[in-house]
Design a protein around this ligand. Structure first.
Ligand code: ADP
Ligand code: NI
Length: 220
């Protein structure tokens, strides 16, 4: 495979991810990856980054999400490395993509990220954008349904100070997730483009929540 180009690797990665994610939960399926990939390339246009690393980080970031593997955070990076080792990419680039996969997650928002790079910033923003707006709302309720969570329970308030393990183990109503994560993302965006798009989606979610609570009380 001496003549393999970076573009060939990206195409091969798409096919690999598509087949690995067959049957995935609707919010973490190939279409989520495709949206994150497209958003990442869009954000990357205004940033000084290696777009091959951005593309591969976006495509591989949820290859084996720990939420769907009994909390095991090592399977995704391992699978990605096994795949990338068989490509023409340099060890340095492979390590960078793996670090993106290992460090992209929110985990409740109270842990210090172990690695930083402009490429991680871009992929993280692209993943966060997909947690916001109309699609973010759809994904949250789909995940809640997948986990058999209630929509809302006024007697269970959101918890804003969860440790990563509490965040992972939470069985709270889906509406709480808006306060525990989704509405916090706008102010944590890394890039200008990401922040601009997140702000619009944030306003839409606030309007949605206002309508939700009004209907809950039968006011509208
Ligand atoms: P992170 O690890 O960065 O928090 P996740 O993969 O857990 O990212 O979250 C991705 C998406 O999965 C969320 O944006 C949301 O749509 C859905 N999700 C995760 N946890 C919950 C939850 N407790 N309730 C509702 N949706 C959730
Ligand atoms: Ni994701």
């Amino acid at each position: 495979m001496a003549s393999e180009t970076a573009q060939d690797v990206i195409e091969r990665t798409k096919a690999f991810v598509q087949s690995e994610l067959k049957g995935a939960e609707g919010g973490h399926d190939w279409f989520h990856i495709e949206r994150v990939y497209q958003n990442a390339l869009l954000i990357a246009r205004s940033e000084n980054v290696d777009t091959v690393i951005v593309a591969l980080g976006a495509l591989l970031h949820d290859i084996a999400d720990s939420k769907f593997h009994e909390g095991d955070e090592t399977i995704g990076p391992k699978k990605a490395r096994q795949f990338l080792n068989k490509t023409m990419l340099s060890e340095e680039k492979i390590t960078h993509v793996i670090k993106i996969i290992e460090n992209i997650s929110f985990k409740g928002g109270h842990t210090q990220q172990q690695f930083n790079s402009p490429e991680l910033d871009v992929v993280q923003d692209a993943d966060r954008l997909d947690a916001l707006g109309a699609i973010g709302i759809a994904r949250a309720f789909n995940y809640g349904g997948f986990k058999n969570r209630v929509l809302y329970d006024p007697s269970i308030p959101p918890k804003l100070d969860m440790t990563p393990s509490e965040y992972k183990a939470s069985t709270a109503p889906t509406i709480n997730h808006f306060y525990e994560k989704l509405l916090l993302l706008k102010d944590r965006m890394n890039t200008k483009t990401g922040h601009r798009i997140a702000s619009k989606r944030h306003v839409f979610m606030e309007q949605y929540l206002a309508q939700f609570f009004a209907e809950w009380k039968g006011l509208t």
